[in-house]
Design a protein around this ligand. Structure first.
Ligand SMILES: [Zn+2]
Length: 536
């Protein structure tokens, strides 16, 4: 009898222990420290003990051998992309710590995961949520108090921006030189195809009055319906909720061109798809870049990011079906070859006149440094803490300065193995000519090749100038073909156009193939039957 009672108690106690919700490292250290890789893995394991329906996949293995976790929180029965897509529910992907000095996203994402097995469980009946809480795990493990010293905590230090190869993962979306980016694209983007991606960061730069700033896709080649929905509906809705329910001010990401003369304008950052938010837009999907404000303390940054995540999921509850329809429509239009012209080079433009919350600063002593670009942290200034709305131009959008026609298909020389590997990792359908074939094509005759003077991410980026010239040519069997009637055609155009500001020519994929001053990528303008087989 007594033995039975003990066993009974053991069972009960075990259940009680198993159901205890874990705490994050930030919480257990009273916000002195951020989680290490092992802490995150232990947190996820504890969540799975509470709710065995939570699944975990490895989407990449880092240079130092760390398995990167992708947590899947959906309705029971959602175990893989097929079962997720079969539900018809929106799929939301939350990624944190791409820059491992910017750590509050990692903490907030874990807190959100905990809610998804407790207080916010019902959200899992309305969407599938994927969480990659520690994308740049190798950078995270280099925690030191010497990093990001202008950021307000955590006092025990943070990791570094780059991965173990020294690469910035938020500049690696096109060239895919890191195992992290290749895994992210192949195993999250291509496999799960999330409708909305949320990428969590921390600002540098200007002193303003927002606890968090955000950005949609900035490249105008993204489908207009997606850009418009983000700017007209999704982000204004979330901003309003942040204000009404959390009393927190948020706005579009930007920086004053000069902290002392704010009326000169508020500038967003870049339109190139090497940045994740722009990359996702070119793939016909929604995206929100989140930037917690560097100068509020660590706990406040975790809190605002956590509230922002909840409001994003609230917006998906409200608009998810509509967003799914918009994304499918964008895919369908492209598959039917409805693209005509796309941009290849872009410039920042004024978007609107508006009031922006500025923090009044005064010169300390000597000359204040003039920022070389908006985004640099201003130096030799004294902050006053006084927040003032100032009327100014928001330079928040980009427009194409150069456009070109979208061809029926691209032809790529058989020797371009690295380029083909990159295209295929991105999920682009590549075919090969089954036999020698004579075709009407345009070739790009190169007039000038300019390599950037300064290396960026170990590359001297290439800018080509030249002209398309029509001719007939016979291409050998094995020549690669990328047809434009596929959902990723918009994105394939960006990668393959010889003058693209962020394509494979720019990133030196074809440098060794430019000897004859003819770009090794041709275009076919008119629909034509081609005998080709799909590469599997
Ligand atoms: Zn960042």
């Amino acid at each position: 009898m007594r033995a039975k009672a003990i066993i009974f108690c053991l069972l009960l106690c075990e259940v009680a222990v198993a159901q205890e919700l874990p705490k994050t490292t930030a919480e257990t250290t009273n916000y002195r420290a951020t989680s290490r890789y092992e802490d995150v893995m232990a947190f996820i394991a504890a969540i799975q003990r509470v709710d065995p329906d939570i699944r975990v996949e490895t989407f990449a293995t880092t240079n130092e051998g760390r398995a990167l976790p992708l947590v899947i929180a959906g309705p029971p029965g959602v175990v893989d992309p097929r079962s997720a897509h079969a539900t018809g529910l929106p799929i939301v992907f939350i990624m944190a710590n791409i820059h491992a000095g910017e750590v509050e996203g990692k903490e907030a994402a874990q807190m959100l995961l905990r809610d998804l097995v407790s207080s916010s469980r019902k959200l899992r009946g309305e969407m599938v949520i994927l969480i990659a809480p520690i994308y740049n795990a190798d950078g995270n493990e280099r925690i030191s108090t010497e990093h990001r010293t202008t950021q307000n905590g955590p006092p025990d230090g943070v990791g570094i921006r780059e991965n173990a190869q020294g690469l910035d993962l938020n500049r690696d979306y096109m060239k895919l030189e890191s195992p992290e980016a290749r895994g992210l694209i192949a195993n999250v983007r291509d496999r799960w195809d999330p409708l909305l991606t949320v990428d969590l960061h921390t600002t540098d730069g200007s002193f303003h009055g927002y606890q968090l700033t955000y950005s949609p896709s900035l490249n105008p080649d993204a489908p207009a319906e997606i850009i418009d929905f983000e700017r007209d509906t999704l982000l204004p809705h979330i901003r309003e909720r942040m204000r009404s329910d959390h009393h927190k001010e948020t706005y579009y990401y930007g920086n004053f061109i000069n902290q002392l003369t704010p009326e000169k304008g508020w500038y967003t950052f870049d339109s190139r798809p090497r940045f994740g938010n722009n990359y996702v837009g070119l793939r016909n999907r929604f995206t929100i870049l989140s930037e917690a404000y560097s100068y509020i303390d660590f706990r406040a940054r975790v809190d605002v990011t956590y509230d922002f995540l909840h409001e994003i999921l609230g917006a998906v509850e409200k608009y998810g079906k509509k967003m799914n329809r918009i994304a499918s429509r964008a895919d369908e239009q492209i598959r039917r070859g409805k693209l005509r012209k796309l941009g290849i080079r872009f410039q920042i433009r004024p978007w609107k006149e508006t009031e922006i919350l500025w923090e009044r600063c005064v010169p300390e002593t000597g000359e204040p440094s003039k920022p070389e670009f908006p985004g640099e942290t201003p130096k030799h200034l004294k902050r006053t803490g006084e927040i003032v709305p100032i009327k100014m131009t928001d330079f928040g959008i980009f427009a194409a300065t150069e456009k070109d026609d979208v061809p029926y298909a691209w032809l790529i020389d058989a020797g371009a193995k690295n380029a083909i590997a990159d295209l295929r990792t991105h999920g682009i359908v590549v075919e090969q000519l089954a036999r020698d074939t004579q075709l009407e094509i345009d070739q790009f005759v190169i007039r000038d090749e300019q390599h950037a003077e300064h290396a960026f991410q170990n590359h001297h980026e290439l800018t080509l100038t030249g002209k398309w010239k029509g001719r007939q040519e016979t291409f050998p069997a094995g020549t690669y073909v990328v047809g434009i009637e596929q959902a990723l055609a918009r994105f394939a155009f960006y990668l393959l156009h010889p003058r693209s500001d962020d394509g494979l020519f720019d990133w030196n994929f074809f440098d060794s193939m430019l000897g004859e001053h003819i770009a090794p990528v041709r275009r076919i303008m008119k629909p034509v039957a081609i005998d080709a087989t799909i590469l599997r």
